[in-house]
Design a protein around this ligand. Structure first.
Ligand code: T1G
Length: 692
């Protein structure tokens, strides 16, 4: 065994050379890895004793793609296309031995080998679309030559990995190794290739899967139709379709050249920079400054949920899905039965869509123990309170829970806004108390705001942070303040939205500005969905706001068929002239001048105060880093990933621009727009949030 460079070594066993890449954590195609591959294959080519070469990787996975940390930095030779040429034009068969996740450029390396062997647990894939890219090293040209354009389009447009067994059926992988015996089976496979004088088949020369697709533009139209909704606002997906079409219609070298051009253009695009930012932001969010691997975590073997309403039921499902038994507690049988029935119905709906078997539905339901007996909460390692947003009730529950939950149990509140420290103070164990703020629908939205109380112990925090990925959530640790991070910023937007419709904009215009921006829905559609009557009471209502007027008229949102919008039986929204008249009359009563308001002003007045609030959140230390705020908004509210999150977006607009616009609005509308000190500072320094 000789070292080729710090991340690659070379050995010869019999007549087979083995080039081993070892570059933790995922053998990404850094400059050193590219160099190791190139020199290793060249060494094998020059070695007369060698008749075939195996490329494989040490550690957890075969090459998992280009090194995303290198993007945007000056690229050093050898460049990936040159490395791939060396492999594909080798005079001796090259075998790629796959384990773990052979993704992106890693899978493209494998596609330039003459043969591929994989362990059954291995996965392949081209996830570049998730980074706002298309495969940039031949993936859009070689994969269609193995599986045909339709399947290649599925793989490239979904970005989803596929397993080795499937790859073997598709002819992408030529042989399956025994689990845990990849190296030896790859060597044996290479030896057989030598013995059989196996041909040096290049994927690039194969045409049998392309020929039937020639002259069939409908293949690409179908792909466009099937993906238009999902990729609304994104750029890369249409380039991916174009590039696969080139594979069918153009000679290989021309197709690869065009692929590279499109890839390089996307690499420099704001959308791809945003999506790469989010890739790292999601991983950074899991890192808590003062919580190292030395902090012991507690076992979470069972969970209690207080409240079987929409949130309690959704929260319970997350744990049932992760195989963790749940005891769900209600005060009334009817509410308990209803909550359990909704959980079952959700699972059965998933099963009807073929995404779960009925056996799995029953297995999950078997892990659920519904009860009216609060004392049952003496058992679980974690108890999550999910009753409605009323501080007195939450305090009363935690006081009671303190006397029932077993010592060392973690006590969490799902509150969306309220003071977690005040709730913790109701117990004799505030160190065991924190917030676990799920986002509705709790079994779908990936965000979990982990609200760190003043007295929350490091062990409790570390335990819940480690639990988040186990239940399919991205945990973001936030500080105690009204609305924490997401809802505190949302309040800024809701306030401005309410003012804009009194000044002349309509609910539809305001909502459309945000849906055009890429959000799934605007503030008024969102209010109708949630229900206008949250926190409203007929007793105290006095037509003081548009919302009160609508609630008093029975227009309480989608659930009543009318709110800001009118809804048909399928809950399709339509602008309501009646609501428009209410708004105009209300504004006239208040003496608010009406005017045409531009979409740009609406966008700035909705988004810039959110950014400004984000700056204050950072100043106050209620979020660890700006990218955490981006993760909150992408995972919790559907902020378009191709815009990177509110703070990343501010950097792309330019902090000086944001500051100037806030100052202009402050002069016109007052101190709701007063710029945060951090924003002033960064703008003055020409700085950015992502580098703050
Ligand atoms: N580059 C750099 N670092 C990477 C990386 C990559 N491609 N993939 C992962 N990491 C880091 C990650 O930041 C984390 O670091 C650690 O590895 C573990 O990752 C030419 C141009 C491979 C399935 O998109 O999907 O090839 O936080 O926490 O959950 O056409 O990482 O520990 O410091 O995610 O076990 C295409 C992206 C690139 C794959 C492992 N490839 N990675 O998941 O661990 S573009 C990808 C993943 C490309 C070509 C184009 C996952 C994983 P740290 P992790 P995991």
């Amino acid at each position: 065994m000789t070292a080729i460079n710090p991340v690659a070594d070379y050995a010869v066993e019999g007549e087979v050379a083995v080039v081993t890449i070892n570059s933790p954590p995922v053998n990404a195609l850094s400059q050193a890895v590219r160099e190791g591959l190139k020199l290793g294959v060249e060494k094998a080519e020059a070695d007369p004793a060698v008749k075939a070469t195996v490329i494989h990787c040490a550690g957890r996975t075969f090459i998992a793609g280009a090194d995303i940390t290198e993007f945007g930095k000056p690229h050093a030779a050898p460049f990936l296309p040159d490395v791939l040429d060396r492999i594909e034009n080798a005079k001796k068969p090259v075998v790629a031995a796959l384990h773990g996740t052979a993704l992106g450029g890693g899978f493209e390396v494998a596609l330039t080998a003459h043969y591929r062997i994989a362990v059954p647990s291995a996965k392949c894939g081209l996830p570049e679309i998730k980074l706002g890219l298309i495969p940039g090293a031949g993936g859009t040209q070689r994969l269609p030559r193995l599986v045909g354009p339709e399947k290649a389009l599925d793989v490239i447009l979904s970005g989803a990995p596929f397993g080795a067994r499937e790859a073997h059926q598709w002819g992408v992988v030529d042989a399956l190794a025994e689990e845990g015996k990849l190296r030896e089976d790859a060597l044996a496979y290479a030896a057989r290739l030598i013995a059989d004088k196996a041909p040096l088949t290049k994927v690039r020369d194969r045409d049998e899967k392309l020929a039937p697709a020639r002259g069939k533009p409908e293949i690409f139209e179908a792909a466009r139709k099937a993906n238009a909704r999902r990729y609304r606002g994104f750029e890369a997906w249409e380039k991916a379709i174009e590039s696969v079409r080139n594979a069918v219609e153009l000679p290989f070298d021309e197709g690869v050249k065009k692929e590279r051009e499109m890839f390089m253009a996307l690499l420099g695009s704001t959308q791809s920079k945003a999506q790469r930012h989010v890739f790292f932001a999601e991983r950074a969010a899991a890192k808590i400054a003062d919580i190292g691997p030395d902090i012991a975590t507690k076992p979470i073997r069972s969970v209690g949920v207080i409240g079987a309403g929409t949130m309690g039921g959704g929260i319970a499902m997350n744990f049932l899905n992760a195989g963790i038994p749940v005891t769900i507690v209600e005060t009334a049988k009817e509410a308990l039965d209803r909550g359990v029935a909704i959980i079952r119905r959700n699972y059965e709906t998933t099963a009807k869509k073929g995404r779960m078997t009925m056996a799995e539905v029953e297995a999950r339901m078997a892990r659920l123990t519904p009860t009216l007996d609060f004392a049952a909460l003496a058992e679980p390692d974690l108890v999550i309170e999910a009753v409605y947003e009323n501080m007195d009730l939450k305090k009363q529950i935690f006081g009671k829970l303190d006397g029932i939950a077993r010592p060392g149990a973690i006590l969490a509140t799902n509150t969306s806004y309220l003071d977690v420290d005040a709730i913790a103070a109701q117990t004799k164990r505030p160190e065991d108390v924190l917030g676990m703020h799920f986002f509705s629908p709790a079994n779908v939205m990936r965000l979990l705001e982990i609200v760190r109380g003043e007295k929350t112990s490091k062990s409790v925090l570390a335990t819940v942070a480690a639990l988040a990925p186990r239940i399919g959530k991205v945990g973001v640790t936030v500080g105690v303040c009204y609305g924490f991070v997401g809802n505190r910023m949302l309040a800024e937007r809701q306030r401005e939205a309410g003012k804009l419709i009194l000044e002349g904009a309509t609910p539809s215009q305001v909502d459309k500005v945000l849906t055009d921006f890429g959000l799934p829905m605007g503030p008024f559609a969102m209010s109708d969905l949630a229900g206008l009557d949250i926190g409203w009471s007929a007793e105290t209502s006095k037509r003081a706001t548009i919302r009160e007027i609508l609630c008093e008229e029975g227009r309480r949102g989608q659930k009543t068929g009318a709110g800001f919008y009118d809804y048909d039986a399928e809950r399709n929204a339509k602008a309501s002239p009646h609501v428009e008249a209410i708004i105009r009359a209300f504004a006239a009563e208040k003496g608010i001048a009406q005017r045409e308001i531009s979409d740009q002003e609406i966008l700035e007045r909705l988004v810039y105060p959110m950014i400004n609030e984000g700056a204050k959140i950072l100043e106050e230390g209620k979020a660890q880093r700006a990218s955490d705020i981006d993760v909150v908004w992408i995972m919790g509210y559907g902020w378009p990933v191709y815009r990177g999150g509110p703070m990343f977006y501010a950097d792309t607009v330019g902090l000086k621009t944001v500051l100037d616009r806030l100052k202009a609005y402050q002069a016109q509308f007052g101190d709701d727009f007063r710029p945060a000190a951090l924003l002033e500072k960064l703008a003055a320094e020409g700085g950015s949030f992502s580098k703050a």
